[in-house]
Design a protein around this ligand. Structure first.
Ligand code: URP
Ligand code: ZN
Ligand code: ZN
Ligand code: ZN
Length: 491
């Protein structure tokens, strides 16, 4: 046989173009891209007729929390590597980068990394890698950055908030300097922890505990100030950064301004900042708690609009899920840990922060029909692959070099719209923030390295735990600007 799989009559979309092409797949790779009809005399084990539908690179979700210990002091993540990656593939994501969370009590990063390898090994339905989450930049940890690169890790995340994780400005500089030397991209959770703590105290003094006050306790100024500070520190050391999960138009403005000056400042946003608002936290009883994430959903349409525009104009490099669901009920007592007699619907400060979303990321964005198809591919797949050193093996559809990770969508108008229900999803939590929303698109097929793993109309999830670890190189997006000599970078 010439091919393992042929996909005919589709419209192949990448950031550069969308054009009618037939695809020949062999040995897990994109082997041939040909004008429509040109593969008709070839033989293949299987042929998929895409009938004029878009064929896009599999989603690359570069912000995923799985099997994390209770780092925030409020509960552990609900999804395991198995359930989280299962959810990913059913929603069109074929590569995920999860966090390997160092605990503050640990000096080293390497045991964290090996623990995550053990958790993920042979458990994943999608290919995967890890970002090191650095909460204790000890001398040991900083010295290990070089080793991380040897082990195929080229990115890390740091926090400017959360007591258990927060770094001060000096520690941030320590991390950025060493990251610069090792060609590592630093992701920054930019919220001012002191402002959040101060607001929390003020709300408590007024006896305002309900989940909806979570939004008030995380005001835009906390995000805007921290974003500007992160950019300033990165500019000082001339080092690339990515600001994660940006929710505020004001933060986006600082990012845009920095990009306008040519700085390697990248940014991420997430579906929750396009589709949810503070009203979602103002639901009855405990329901509002299920929308607590940080930064929180903002006021309304004007904010959503600014974030969509940021995706369109390149302010946001990537649209990730920040998949981080929690099980609120304690396994032993069956009770919700963030609820007590004093706080019958929960106290916002005890509610774990994070939403499920790895499976709904692509369908929500595709159904919204707001981004043109090339931009959709760029922000949901290609740019993440470039920024985190996986391109062009992942994130595009190139002959001979790209893995055959593909999503085949439905031809325009052919899929019946439906109301999303949590029971349709494949994660391990009992809620989705998008319950009841009407979706007009969903992946028809998800293909991982040439194997159909999701067939919506014929068996659903049919793939196995075939995901492999992806060693990553440096970012292929613009990095440090100069080889300036003065400076602290050599200290
Ligand atoms: O609320 C959120 N975003 N939870 C996940 C942890 C993080 O900061 O990304
Ligand atoms: Zn974060
Ligand atoms: Zn909206
Ligand atoms: Zn996150």
């Amino acid at each position: 046989e010439d091919y393992d799989l042929i996909i005919i009559n589709g419209v192949v979309a990448t950031p550069e173009s969308s054009q009618a092409l037939d695809i020949g797949i062999k040995d897990s790779k994109i082997k041939t891209l040909a004008a429509p009809g040109q593969l008709k005399d070839s033989t293949a084990k299987r042929t998929i007729d895409a009938q004029g539908a878009y064929v896009t690179p599999g989603g690359v979700d570069a912000h995923v929390h799985l099997e994390e210990p209770p780092l925030f002091g409020k509960g552990s993540s609900a999804d395991t590597y198995e359930t989280g990656s299962r959810s990913a593939i059913c929603g069109g994501t074929t590569t995920m980068i999860t966090f390997a969370p160092q605990q503050k009590s640990m000096d080293s990063l390497l045991s964290t990394l090996s623990t995550c390898h053990e958790k993920a090994d042979r458990k994943c339905y999608v290919d995967y890698s890890f970002h090191l989450l650095v909460s204790n930049p000890s001398a040991t940890a900083l010295a290990e950055f070089a080793t991380l690169r040897e082990k195929g890790i080229s990115s890390l995340k740091i926090y400017m908030t959360y007591a258990a994780l927060q770094l001060d400005d000096g520690q941030i500089l320590d991390v950025l300097l060493e990251a610069r030397k090792q060609g590592i991209t630093t992701m920054i959770h930019a919220e001012n922890g002191a402002v959040i703590d101060w607001m929390t105290k003020k709300l408590e003094e007024k006896q305002l505990f309900a989940p909806k006050w979570h939004v008030t306790s995380h005001p835009p100024v906390a995000e805007v100030e921290a974003t500007y500070r992160a950019i300033s520190l990165a500019e000082f050391l001339d080092v690339p950064i990515l600001i994660v999960h940006v929710s505020s138009p004001g933060a986006a403005k600082h990012i845009r301004e920095a990009q306008g000056r040519g700085l390697p400042v990248y940014a991420e946003t997430c579906p929750q900042y396009l589709f949810l608002t503070r009203k979602d936290l103002d639901r009855d009883g405990f329901e509002g708690a299920k929308y607590c994430c940080s930064p929180p959903p903002r006021e309304g349409e004007a904010d959503h609009e600014a974030i969509w525009r940021g995706l369109e104009d390149g302010t946001f490099t990537v649209l990730s899920s920040d998949h981080c669901p929690f099980l609120y009920d304690d396994a032993v007592t069956g009770k919700k840990r963030c609820i007590s007699d004093d706080f019958p619907v929960g106290h916002f400060k005890y509610v774990p922060n994070g939403l499920p979303g790895i499976e709904t990321r692509l369908p929500l964005a595709m159904s919204a029909s707001r981004l043109n198809i090339c931009k959709f591919v760029e922000v949901t797949s290609t740019n993440a692959a470039k920024l985190y050193g996986l391109y062009p093996r992942k994130g595009t559809i190139l002959e001979e070099v790209s893995d055959a990770d593909l999503v085949v969508w439905y031809p325009g108008g052919e899929m019946e719209s439906f109301e999303l229900k949590n029971e349709m999803l494949h994660h391990a939590v009992d809620h989705t923030p998008y319950e009841g929303r009407t979706l007009s698109q969903w992946p028809r097929y998800t293909i991982l390295r040439g194997h159909v793993a999701w067939d919506r109309d014929n068996g659903g999830l049919i793939g196995g735990k075939d995901g492999v670890f992806l060693p990553r190189g440096p970012s292929s997006l613009k990095g440090s600007l100069s080889e300036r000599e003065w400076d602290v970078r050599d200290f």
